[in-house]
Design a protein. Structure first.
Length: 145
């Protein structure tokens, strides 16, 4: 499927789930979906469209915790990035996508450890980067006030 066909298929199949859509001239497409839809969206991108999960990135923003899931179409060079916002900063959580592909396990662990986001259904939310004596409940990438 060409980049144009995949883009149109995403728009068609996820039409009512897409909250925002942005295209950059460098073959980057960003779209926002609700956090409750991210499992279904990533499963569609990976299993049905055959896109490769590249990584995910998380950050603390004024709107909440943002996670962007990046998928690559290696045949065309397009990158499709599905974005969610977790508005509840006191108890941030979202469904884990590791049941779809194991490649998400470490990046979810990293976001759990550094931002304090709970990934429901993750098989192994344990420390990955921080020292064993790092204070529990302190998250180095949070913008605490």
């Amino acid at each position: 499927m060409s980049g144009m066909l995949i883009k149109e298929e995403i728009k068609h199949r996820l039409n009512n789930k897409i909250l925002d859509w942005q295209e950059n001239p460098n073959k980057r497409i960003f779209f926002t979906v609700s956090k409750g839809d991210i499992f279904e969206v990533t499963k569609f991108l990976f299993k049905e469209l055959g896109l490769r999960f590249s990584t995910a990135s998380g950050m603390d923003s004024p709107a909440g915790f943002e996670i962007i899931y990046h998928f690559s179409d290696d045949k065309t060079g397009y990158i499709y990035s599905a974005r969610i916002i977790i508005e509840d900063k006191k108890r941030p959580e979202v469904e884990s996508i590791t049941p779809i592909f194991n490649g998400a396990e470490w990046i979810e662990r990293e976001m759990w450890e550094l931002l304090g986001i709970n990934f429901k259904g993750h098989p192994n939310l344990t420390k990955l980067l921080l020292a064993d004596d790092w204070p529990q409940g302190k998250y180095p990438l949070r913008k605490e006030k």
